[in-house]
Structures are given as structure tokens and as C-alpha cells.
Design a protein around this ligand. Structure first.
Ligand SMILES: Cc1cc2nc3c(=O)[nH]c(=O)nc-3n(C[C@H](O)[C@H](O)[C@H](O)COP(=O)(O)O)c2cc1C
Length: 351
């Protein structure tokens, strides 16, 4: 078998260049490849540096930064669920100034591209964060995490209301330098994701990140009370993949020109390929990092192999392809040696 899938080993290396052009873009942000981390699942990249070179990924998306330091919610704040996990970490973090002094320079020094995720409890807080970031160099893109409660609107989540979502996007877009793209990160917990997406784009979003976690709950049958101290939490992992993928699909179908960063339960290169075929120009890896810290580079190599096996010259050619006509049966250009499980099963890995 001629697989070039080499990164399952512990060696912090990225596979040798193949013939597939992996470069992509998210608005004006040009990336060497389409695999990023997901916000909140890799801090600001430091923890991953012992496993691989963080500059090898398309970008590192930071944990959502708020204006002030926060300790997050009470414990327990994690619960396992079938094919996923529920978390109610809350937006724990050191606050913006510590991030700017300590974390961002660390990423920049390593040559990693930084996507800074910001979160606020009010439009005003988002505006202040964005104004402060305006002066800062070394930021490739801003991701506005609007899946947080608006303290000025009875705790209604910004991303669940088209008007509040638009207010945040407009404020952030106005404050941030024009060459830095602003993406809005949407919640799947809405009836009509396309309506929210349209509202964000009309307010100036350069693209959309989809999706954040789904709201869930787990009850402990011994204590007969919710497991999480915060009662509900965000469901992530493979359990949410079809839902997140459906969001990407619907938004790309409605607005094919709008760049999408796709995420939700991506565990393999073929999962990533599904998001790209649905319309995402790049993908973020979240929960899988907790199981396998090497997963972002592994998924990148698997994706490259999967694209090569399907005859793609570049990843950009695959974006949104699933919306086209279905090819006649038997006309899939997949190299038999790379077919299905052979790309993914560790036992098949010749290394
Ligand atoms: C422990 C944990 C913390 C997270 N923190 C954030 C965060 O700070 N900001 C944010 O926008 N999304 C956050 N997310 C959501 C992820 O970025 C991602 O959108 C979601 O988990 C779906 O992807 P996944 O299934 O690959 O994890 C968090 C997810 C997890 C599991």
C-alpha cells in the first residue's frame, strides 16, 4: 500500500509535501492549510507545542478572551456522553491584557497564525475588546464568539437572536482594522441558522464559524440531580457532527460566496472532508484534541491523502462540491489503494 500517512507516530513532524495544494483562505486571511484548532480546546497553543509545531497548522484559534480575568463556572463542569462530552467550563481565562502580554507574543514568535476569539456579556464589552485589539499586530483573524449570554437582554444568547447577533458583529467589524477578517461564531441551537447567518453577514461579518456546542443536560441517576454544577452544558464531539455539518450545508447553499470555518465532532480527515464538501473553506478541531493531542496534524495528513486519492489538485476545488450534481454510480475517482477504512484504520498504517 502506498499510503503516505506518517504522522500517527509520536514524532512531531508533518508529512512531506504532496501534490495537493492545501492552501486556502478565510476572507482576506490566507492559510497554508485548512486545519485549525477550535476555540477553548487548545488554550492559546502552548499545551500543543510538546506534541507538534503549532506553526504547522492553518492557525491556532485561542480560547475566547474576555476583558477581565474569570474563573469560569463551578465544578463539576465536564460530563461524558455517548460519542461526545458536555462542558460548562464558562469563559475561564486570564483576561485580555494577560493574553496580549503572554499568549499572543508566544504564538507570533513561533510563526503560528493566531485567530483571536473574543467574547463579551454586552455589545459594549465586545466593542471595548475589539477597540483594544485594533492596535495589536500579529492577529490574523478575529472570531467573535456570540454564543454567550447577553447580560443586557435577560441572558438571551446573542447568536440566538438575529438582531443581537448583528449588533455585536457590526460593533466588532467597525472597531477592528479592515485588513483583519471578522468571523461570527454561530450556535446550532436555533430554528433557522440561515436567518442568523444572513443577519451577521449583512452586519459586516467576513465569514462564519459553525458551529459552537449544542445545549444539553445529563442527570446522575444516583443523586437524581444534574451532573453539572451549572445544570446545562455544551455538547461537543462526534455526537453533534451531523447537526454542525447540516448548518454548514444550509448556509453555504444560501450564501455560497461567504467563507465558512466548519467544526463539530471532526475526528478524521474524512470527517474534515465532509465539512469541506458541504462548503467550509477550513475546519477546526476541538474535542478530538482531548483524546489525541496530535489529532490536528494527523487530520491534516489524512485530509491531504483523501484529497489526493480523489484526484483533487487543491483543497479549494473541493469546497462546496457536495452541492453539485451526484456523479453516476461507479464514477468516483478514488484510488483503490486509498479506499475508505484503509486511510483511517491504525492497523492499516504501514509506519
Ligand atoms: C471544553 C470546551 C471549551 C470550549 N470553549 C470555547 C470557547 O471558549 N469559545 C468558543 O467559541 N467555543 C468554545 N468551545 C466550542 C468549540 O470551539 C467547538 O465549537 C465545539 O466544541 C464543536 O467542535 P468539536 O465537536 O470538535 O469540539 C469549547 C468546547 C469545549 C469542548
Amino acid at each position: 500500500m502506498s499510503s503516505t500517512l506518517t504522522v500517527r507516530s509520536a514524532v512531531p513532524a508533518v508529512k512531506a509535501a504532496s501534490s495537493v495544494d492545501m492552501t486556502t483562505s478565510l476572507g482576506r486571511f490566507e492559510l497554508p492549510n485548512p486545519v485549525l484548532t477550535a476555540s477553548g480546546c487548545a488554550g492559546a497553543g502552548q499545551e500543543l507545542a510538546q506534541f507538534f509545531d503549532v506553526a504547522a497548522l492553518g492557525a491556532i484559534v485561542t480560547k475566547s478572551i474576555m476583558m477581565n480575568a474569570r474563573s469560569g463556572r463551578a465544578t463539576p463542569r465536564m460530563a461524558e456522553t455517548p460519542s461526545g462530552m458536555l462542558n460548562s467550563i464558562g469563559l475561564q481565562g486570564p483576561g485580555l491584557e494577560v493574553f496580549l502580554e503572554r499568549d499572543l507574543p508566544w504564538l507570533v514568535e513561533r510563526g503560528a497564525r493566531a485567530v483571536v476569539s473574543i467574547a463579551g456579556g454586552s455589545v459594549d464589552e465586545f466593542t471595548k475588546l475589539a477597540m483594544r485589539l485594533r492596535e495589536v499586530r500579529g492577529i490574523s483573524m478575529i472570531e467573535a464568539n456570540i454564543s454567550c449570554p447577553n447580560v443586557e437582554d435577560r441572558g438571551q444568547v446573542f447568536a440566538c437572536d438575529p438582531r443581537s447577533a448583528a449588533e455585536v458583529v457590526q460593533a466588532v467589524r467597525r472597531a477592528v482594522r479592515s485588513e483583519v477578517p471578522v468571523f461570527a461564531k454561530l450556535s446550532p441551537d436555533v430554528t433557522d441558522i440561515v436567518a442568523i447567518a444572513r443577519s451577521c453577514v449583512a452586519a459586516g461579518a467576513d465569514g462564519l464559524s459553525m458551529t459552537n456546542t449544542l445545549l444539553g443536560i445529563v442527570i446522575d441517576t444516583d443523586t437524581m440531580r444534574p451532573v453539572l454544577a451549572g445544570v446545562t452544558g455544551g455538547l461537543s464531539g462526534p455526537a453533534i457532527r451531523p447537526v454542525a455539518l447540516r448548518c454548514v450545508w444550509q448556509v453555504h447553499a444560501a450564501m455560497p460566496e461567504v467563507p465558512i470555518l466548519g467544526m463539530g465532532g471532526i475526528r478524521t480527515g474524512l470527517d474534515a472532508l465532509q465539512f469541506i464538501l458541504a462548503g467550509a473553506s477550513a475546519v477546526s478541531i476541538g474535542t478530538e484534541i482531548f483524546h489525541d493531542p496530535m489529532s490536528p496534524v494527523r487530520i491534516l495528513a489524512e485530509l491531504e491523502d483523501a484529497l489526493a486519492a480523489r484526484g483533487f489538485a487543491g483543497v479549494a476545488d473541493a469546497v462546496g462540491l457536495a452541492h453539485g450534481e451526484r456523479p453516476p454510480a461507479g464514477e468516483f475517482p478514488i484510488d483503490a489503494a486509498h479506499h475508505h477504512g484503509q486511510l483511517l484504520t491504525p492497523d492499516d498504517n504501514p509506519v
